[in-house]
Design a protein around this ligand. Structure first.
Ligand SMILES: NC(=O)c1ccc[n+]([C@@H]2O[C@H](COP(=O)([O-])OP(=O)(O)OC[C@H]3O[C@@H](n4cnc5c(N)ncnc54)[C@H](OP(=O)(O)O)[C@@H]3O)[C@@H](O)[C@H]2O)c1
Length: 358
């Protein structure tokens, strides 16, 4: 039995993880779970799993510090996942990581600590799970390029002017049912920029060897091209329980009661280049990554605030990349080698984003 701690248990990924656990009662035991504010849902899960429930701003960290487990699933939103992820690594737990902002802001630090402690970071994001699955090889397999697929979000074929986009429109993702922050990030393609950085840290491949391809059907979850010219891909219906389950069951695969991929019914899978003029967030993340230091941490924090402000109606949709660009330019740049510097960059990015006016 693998003992699991679920951080963000009441969210979209957390709910998927609960489904996976329920479907495999002999494989997994939830020992603790955490949520921020949804006490009723957390307590109901606690009763169902016989697990300790933690609720509040520091709930995730306490759940890790006060319990022992084999795997901690980190599925909270934004930088709130960083301290619990580091605490899990310090305790020698594998980290099944959904919260991409952890690697965006603190990839160098987190991956270095995991290496030192001999701890595995198991990707939950479908794209990174796909790459991770393609990389499972018993022998040497030098990587040439990683190709991240992107659904393109709700505005892929929308008219060019996106300034009047409403929160309701941005929250209507064509393929995935996710929490609000990641759904808005998907629509701006900031999410794909974050995933490039996440891939850079998870797989130690430089940004200039990571490509993004728009694939509206969301069936090919990502691809790896190896040095011998072979490209491997992982395909499955768009259901987050597939990568969640793999992160929890790795190195094994467990059966699941899900309809398999029906290629004949799908008929065609399509691919096209992303339009970086309409979706400038990809460029913003690449530039922050190239500049190095804590720029990506400031960018991630500014984006968190920008999305909150957009959903609250205080900035427009097209203000999101403008706000983020201005905040990154104005934030102090520090070496990305300590938690203190990352938290300082995060605080600066957040403050600049809160004060920003169009
Ligand atoms: N959803 C997806 O399909 C998907 C795919 C790939 C990656 N991701 C990533 O996975 C992460 C979670 O996404 P999501 O869509 O599941 O988000 P979500 O539906 O908004 O759920 C967030 C969860 O985290 C909890 N939470 C937030 N802040 C917390 C804190 N400080 N301490 C403890 N718990 C906290 C929330 O608790 P309350 O319910 O009490 O607020 C909720 O359980 C994000 O980083 C996202 O980018 C998601």
């Amino acid at each position: 039995m693998k003992r699991i701690i679920l951080l963000g248990a009441t969210g979209s990924i957390g709910t998927g993880a609960c489904d996976v656990v329920r479907a495999h009662p002999g494989e997994f035991k939830v020992v603790a779970l955490a949520a921020r504010s949804n006490r009723a849902a957390a307590e109901s899960l606690s009763r169902a799993f016989g697990a300790r429930a933690y609720v509040g701003e520091d709930a995730a960290l306490r759940a890790v510090e006060e319990n022992d487990a084999d795997v901690a699933l980190v599925a909270t939103v934004g930088l709130s996942g960083l301290a619990p992820a580091l605490a899990a690594i310090e305790k020698g737990m594998s980290v099944a990581l959904a919260t991409k902002e952890v690697l965006v802001a603190a990839g160098a630090l987190v991956t270095a600590r995991a290496r030192e402690k001999g701890v595995r970071i198991l990707p939950v994001d479908s794209e990174h799970s796909a790459i991770f699955q393609c990389l499972q090889s018993p022998g040497r397999a030098p990587v040439e390029r990683l190709v991240l697929t992107a659904s393109g979000g709700p505005f892929l074929d929308a008219p060019a002017d996106l300034s009047a986009v409403t929160p309701a429109q941005a929250l209507r993702h064509p393929r995935w049912n996710m929490g609000p922050k990641v759904t808005v990030d998907s629509s701006t393609m900031m999410n794909k920029g974050f995933e490039m950085l996440e891939a850079r840290w998870l797989f130690d491949v430089p940004m200039d060897r990571i490509d993004v391809v728009v694939h509206p059907e969301s069936v090919v979850h990502s691809l790896v091209t190896f040095a011998d010219g072979a490209t491997l891909a992982q395909l499955s219906p768009p259901d987050m329980r597939v990568p969640i389950q793999y992160a929890l069951s790795w190195p094994d695969r467990l059966p699941a009661d899900r309809a398999p991929l029906d290629l004949v019914r799908l008929g065609a899978l399509t691919f096209r280049a992303p339009d970086e003029d309409r979706f400038p967030c990809l460029r913003l993340v690449r530039a922050a990554a190239e500049a190095g230091g804590t720029r990506a941490a400031a960018l991630s924090a500014a984006d968190e605030v920008a999305v909150t402000r957009f959903l609250a109606g205080s900035i427009s949709y097209t203000d999101i990349p403008r706000l983020v660009a201005d905040a990154v330019d104005a934030a102090p740049d520090l070496p990305c080698d300590s938690l203190e510097n990352i938290l300082a960059a995060d605080a600066a990015g957040r403050k600049l984003a809160e004060k920003w006016n169009s």
